[in-house]
Design a protein around this ligand. Structure first.
Ligand code: NAD
Ligand code: ISE
Length: 340
């Protein structure tokens, strides 16, 4: 069976996902696209796909069995609620939503529907290196994890569009999610320190240094730098009681020539996580074809939203801001897959 999907938002990542769903992964066909920029939607539409005038027209169309949301974060809530109301599985790019209240509304709607429909685009959980790191930690041979050092460097961000809040409410959500998943823990509090600013970043608050206090007592430090110029550099190292486990540098190929011995650095997230995004969709298609969702859930999107909110408060207060989660609804209790 081929899953017939509609894509909302045909910007940078929307176009990249359309490419992979058309040319890379199987079991799926894009039957519709939409964007507030209709010309962009028309240009991105694969042959035979309908260009819908609005997200609600796409979601309610009888030919769309499942929905992919790649619009801007503030638009996600309305589109998620419409997909859930239609009973259609939905892949939603991060961030799930942009406020705690919105996350609670989406969780309530999904719980009322009675089964998981939403997978959030935390693609690091599908990356082979992060999966090996988790397997080592879960295996227990290194003892309990104590410290996780997470480095998240972007070569650049869109000038004028990427604001000083975004390292904390757009970029940090990946580190927050992967910390919860790798350490099987929850974030209990957040501190933020702002060091000397990069002269490359103008008025943008860059870099930021974030400390996540996990419920177990483990600490996660996160460097977020968004204008490092040299490439997209993602690192992670976990110090445990009896050893250390770390991500390798990617791509792994080592080049030796008259300039020395070196490895390349990915240009951006599309290159570094290309295989993770492919795998994320392979697993989404299997679950969505059965009318449900696995992997990162609405609950995980909610948790990351709370961390972002606390980080924004912490940068203003200079102190430790608590993260208070509601009790986990039953719907999200059972892990469904490796990435759950
Ligand atoms: P973008 O600005 O390039 O594209 C967003 C598109 O959505 C635009 O074409 C815009 O016109 C459209 N849009 C906005 N609001 C809409 C609405 N209400 N209805 C229909 N279309 C609408 O942005 P992007 O970089 O592609 O990011 C899109 C989403 O993907 C964001 O939530 C972003 O955080 C996320 N993202 C995730 C990753 C990742 O690594 N997982 C990487 C990049 C972006
Ligand atoms: C972007 O939206 C992403 O999600 C990327 O993975 C992240 O590295 C980048 O900082 C975000 O702006």
């Amino acid at each position: 069976m081929t899953l017939q999907v509609g894509v909302i938002g045909t910007g940078m990542i929307g176009q990249d996902h359309i490419r992979r769903l058309t040319n890379v992964v199987s079991g799926v066909e894009i039957v519709g696209v939409t964007d507030i920029d209709q010309a962009r939607a028309a240009a991105a539409a694969p042959a035979g796909a309908e260009v819908f005038a609005t997200p609600s027209a796409l979601i309610s169309s009888g030919k769309v069995q499942a929905v992919i949301i790649c619009s801007w974060g503030p638009a996600h809530e309305e589109q998620l609620l419409a997909a859930i109301a239609a009973g259609k599985p939905v892949f939603c790019e991060k961030p799930l939503v942009t406020s705690e209240a919105a996350a609670l509304r989406v969780m309530e709607a999904e719980a009322a529907f009675g089964r998981r429909l939403v997978q959030v685009g935390f693609m690091r959980r599908f990356d082979a290196d992060y999966r090996r790191l988790k397997a080592v930690i879960d295996g227990g041979t290194l003892g309990a994890p104590l410290l996780f050092h997470s480095v998240h460097r972007n070569a650049s961000v869109p000038a004028g569009l990427y604001t000083s809040e975004m390292p904390l409410n757009d970029t940090l959500v990946h580190d927050a999610d992967i910390s919860r998943w790798l350490l099987s823990d929850e974030v209990a509090g957040v501190e933020v320190r702002v060091p000397r600013r990069s002269s490359r970043s103008g008025a943008l608050r860059d870099p930021v240094f974030v400390l996540l206090h996990m419920a177990s007592g483990a600490l996660v430090d996160v460097e977020i730098s968004v204008n490092v110029a040299y490439g997209y550099d993602i690192r992670g190292e976990i110090s445990c009681e009896a050893g250390v486990a770390a991500l390798p540098n990617r791509p792994a190929t080592v080049i030796s020539d008259s300039s020395g011995i070196r490895q390349a650095i990915p240009e951006d997230w599309r290159e570094r996580f290309i295989e993770a995004y492919d795998q994320e969709f392979r697993e989404w298609i299997v679950a969505a074809s059965k009318g449900t969702a696995g992997g990162p859930s609405t609950w995980d999107g909610y948790a990351a939203t709370l961390v972002a909110d606390a980080a924004l408060k912490a940068v203003a207060s200079g102190g430790l801001e608590p993260v208070n989660m509601i009790p986990k609804p039953k719907l999200y209790a059972a892990p469904t897959a490796m990435a759950a």
